[in-house]
Design a binder for this molecule. Structure first.
Ligand SMILES: [Zn+2]
Length: 84
């Protein structure tokens, strides 16, 4: 009986070790693929992108999508002039 318990304990220790090794490997893989923190930072940057107002139609849009003009940003939307 004692022998069976011993082997059950050995089995669970091996299982635990395999799981820990798997977690470590997954973590290492994640770090190798650019790093999770970096991805989160760039996503935050995207969310925090400033919005600008189109001088023609008054639509707010991300600054990267706006077209800067001499008197301000424009949305570049073909419907922009109609919205004015
Ligand atoms: Zn516009």
């Amino acid at each position: 009986m004692g022998k069976i318990v011993f082997w059950i304990v050995v089995f669970f220790v091996i299982l635990l070790a395999a799981r820990l090794a798997g977690i470590a490997a997954a973590k290492a893989r994640r770090n190798a693929a650019g790093g999770g923190r970096e991805t989160k930072a760039s996503r935050k940057e995207l969310e925090a992108e400033p919005t600008v107002r189109c001088v023609d139609c008054g639509t707010y849009l991300p600054k990267s999508e706006a077209k800067p003009g001499p008197d301000g940003y424009r949305c570049g939307d073909p419907a922009c002039a109609r919205r004015r």
